[in-house]
Design a protein around this ligand. Structure first.
Ligand code: MG
Ligand code: MG
Length: 266
């Protein structure tokens, strides 16, 4: 059953989503070659707790981190640990918080220093996929319109779309119906209406779409070991234009101040 949200609930989800966005901004201040993924996780957890919230992922089905940190060929659900990020890596960082009884969810793929041209293009196209999907999240359209916009943009660029993992509704729970696939047909699926709050999160692979789970029981990576990118916003469906409840502004501000060139240009 889909739970449509009231305006006051949407404002609470916005507050949680903006805290996730600010947390990723803190992560962005510290991301650099040589930093361990567990160090980023500690920074995020402290910041969330200092802001009167709890990490949304920590303890979720037994997950140990505040962040999912997934470098290079890892797509999502990477466990923070002693791996050091190095120049030329990309790293997808996904974060959720629970505040006032409501979740927020947001993810961003960072470049560590200089990355090769083909990987940079993957990041740009994946970011575009997210924004094109969000453009379709207006009343009267369908879920399939969002899915199709993402899939066609990725595949036209020569990339492939992960099928096993999808976006989702959220609110009092981190994952609620409906599922929001990153592949699908125009005009198909649920008709969108105000009050629907969803996380749209394209996961796009440079190579083939196939995925495998690591023995740690969490990490999902590409079967062909080629890089994958992931961007996610929490949004509310509106009549004219989707309302983006999370934000990349804090990340981009931190990266600018750091002179880090992983700023993604729209
Ligand atoms: Mg997420
Ligand atoms: Mg999500």
């Amino acid at each position: 059953m889909i739970e449509y949200k009231s305006e006051s609930e949407i404002e609470l989800i916005r507050e949680s989503s903006l805290l996730v966005a600010k947390t990723l901004g803190e992560v962005a201040k510290n991301i650099r070659p040589g930093i361990k993924t567990i160090e980023l996780d500690k920074i995020a957890e402290e910041f969330i707790r200092d802001n009167g919230a709890v990490p949304g992922f920590k303890g979720y089905q037994g997950f140990s981190g505040t962040l999912c940190v997934s470098p290079n060929e890892q797509i999502v659900h990477g466990i923070p640990g002693n791996r050091e990020l190095k120049e030329g890596d990309i790293v997808s960082i996904d974060c959720g918080v629970l505040k006032n009884g409501y979740y927020g969810d947001c993810a961003y793929t960072f470049a560590i220093g200089e990355i090769d041209e083909s990987t940079r293009r993957l990041l740009n196209v994946t970011y575009q996929c997210l924004m094109l999907g969000i453009e379709k999240a207006v009343e009267g359209n369908t879920l399939g319109d969002i899915s199709h916009a993402i899939q066609s943009n990725a595949e036209n660029a020569g990339y492939s779309v992960v099928r096993e993992l999808v976006g989702h509704g959220l609110g009092k729970n981190l994952h609620e119906p409906p599922e929001v696939p990153n592949f699908g047909k125009k005009g198909k699926g649920l008709r969108l209406r105000q009050g629907l709050v969803i996380a749209i999160e394209p996961m796009i692979n440079l190579g083939k779409r196939f995925v495998v789970q690591e023995k740690d029981g969490w990490t999902i990576r590409t079967t062909d070991q080629k890089p994958s990118a992931h961007y996610e916003h929490t949004i509310a469906v509106r009549k004219e234009k989707a309302d983006i409840l999370s934000s990349f502004a804090y990340i981009q501000e931190s990266l600018k101040n750091n002179n880090n060139n992983s700023l993604i240009i729209q």
